[in-house]
Design a protein around this ligand. Structure first.
Ligand SMILES: [Zn+2]
Length: 367
């Protein structure tokens, strides 16, 4: 049995002149994570909300609530009137008859990239952010197996489902990356589970990812198209096919009735930020490394390096690519994608690209 989730009994905003304080009264301590971005800050918390959210005050223009990455989690999205720094975020233990309280102080201004843009996770009563502050020595690669749960993705004529192929490939890539001893690896899912698109980049940010690789396999009706292609984020799709592919992949959430308009807005917003430019350059650098390191036996599309507005590539500070490993609509591609030997070769290719990416990166993007 899991313990009963924490409940939020009251939520307040206070304007203290030089800072805006956000307070949640809790029934018990609970883990949380802080995800700042250029538009404000998101608090992800294992808790249920029993109280109305406060009206705008100080730097906070609005607070929205959404489900979190996993059941029992929620997200409080604070939109601010200016870029903000998180001065403090912690759960204060109960005292003087007061319940435990989550307290977060925000001030106007942008901190250095390492603090303002790096999401921090805090334990319950440990000093906030201490765990994430100590930058581990090994780079963290987050692998995102596309689709899952009630969203099978593309389905091949031979019955193979994209969600199974992407998961198998993610596990093989994880195995090979970990075997080098040079990387830490996390998967956005390691079982057959539905994860909303917007949660996937959020998972990468929460974990402090240095590189995000989303794995997919495409399908086209009535065409004998085959081969791998690799995508980076762009507002303007590199061509019509890329645009249509992004539309297909961005439909995942529609399967469970989620609002897609929010994602389009996110993509537009993120692309506006100039801080995104470094990330985009690094993403493109990794994408071209993948193509350069690809095993010669792996077929590629003509002009395989493309860009489009993929919702999963929108973490503003994590270099990210989406690999379309081949076409499930093509009999040879489908057969290969179902084969262990082919998966080992493809994972080996990606490993070489990851090696090239991190060893050639004399000035790491993330401090
Ligand atoms: Zn897909």
């Amino acid at each position: 049995m899991l313990p009963a989730p924490a409940r939020i009994g009251a939520a307040r905003l206070g304007d203290h002149g030089d800072k805006t304080r956000f307070v949640l009264e809790l029934t018990r301590d609970t883990p949380f994570a802080i995800l700042p971005d250029s538009q404000g800050v998101t608090v992800e918390m294992e808790a249920a909300l029993d109280a109305p959210l406060p009206a705008a005050k100080g730097l906070v223009r609005a607070i929205a609530v959404r489900p979190g990455a996993s059941p029992g989690q929620l997200r409080l999205i604070l939109s601010t009137s200016a870029p903000v720094r998180v001065l403090l975020a912690e759960v204060i233990p109960p005292r003087d008859g007061m319940p435990p309280r989550f307290v977060m102080d925000l001030a106007a201004g942008v901190a250095g990239k390492g603090s303002a843009m790096t999401p921090v996770s805090a334990g319950t009563l440990k000093p906030p952010m201490s765990k994430e502050k100590a930058k581990p020595s090994l780079p963290l690669v987050v692998i995102d197996p596309g689709h899952g749960g009630q969203d099978p993705g593309a389905i091949a004529l031979n019955g193979l489902r994209e969600k199974d192929i992407t998961l198998a490939m993610a596990k093989e890539l994880r195995r090979q990356l970990l075997a080098t001893g040079r990387y830490r690896v996390a998967l956005t899912r390691d079982k057959d589970q539905f994860i909303p698109l917007r949660d996937r980049p959020a998972i990468a940010r929460t974990k402090g990812a240095d590189l995000f690789i989303s794995l997919h396999a495409d399908s086209i009706t009535g065409k004998q198209v085959r081969g791998l292609s690799i995508y980076t984020l762009s507002e303007k799709a590199s061509d019509r096919e890329a645009e249509m592919l992004a539309q297909r992949e961005n439909q995942s959430d529609a399967i469970v009735g989620m609002d897609l308009s929010v994602q389009s807005a996110d993509i537009a917003t993120i692309l506006i930020g100039m801080s995104q430019r470094d990330t985009m350059n690094q993403s493109r650098r990794f994408a071209s490394l993948v193509l350069r390191n690809l095993d010669p036996s792996i077929a590629v599309l003509p002009s395989p390096l493309r860009s489009a507005g993929f919702a999963v590539l929108t973490a503003p500070d994590v270099p990210a690519v989406l690999v379309e490993m081949g076409y499930l609509s093509h009999s040879q591609d489908a057969k290969l994608l179902g084969s262990d030997a082919h998966r080992r070769r493809m994972a080996g290719s990606l490993l070489r690209a990851v090696d090239g990416y991190f060893t050639g990166n004399a000035v790491p993007l993330r401090p």
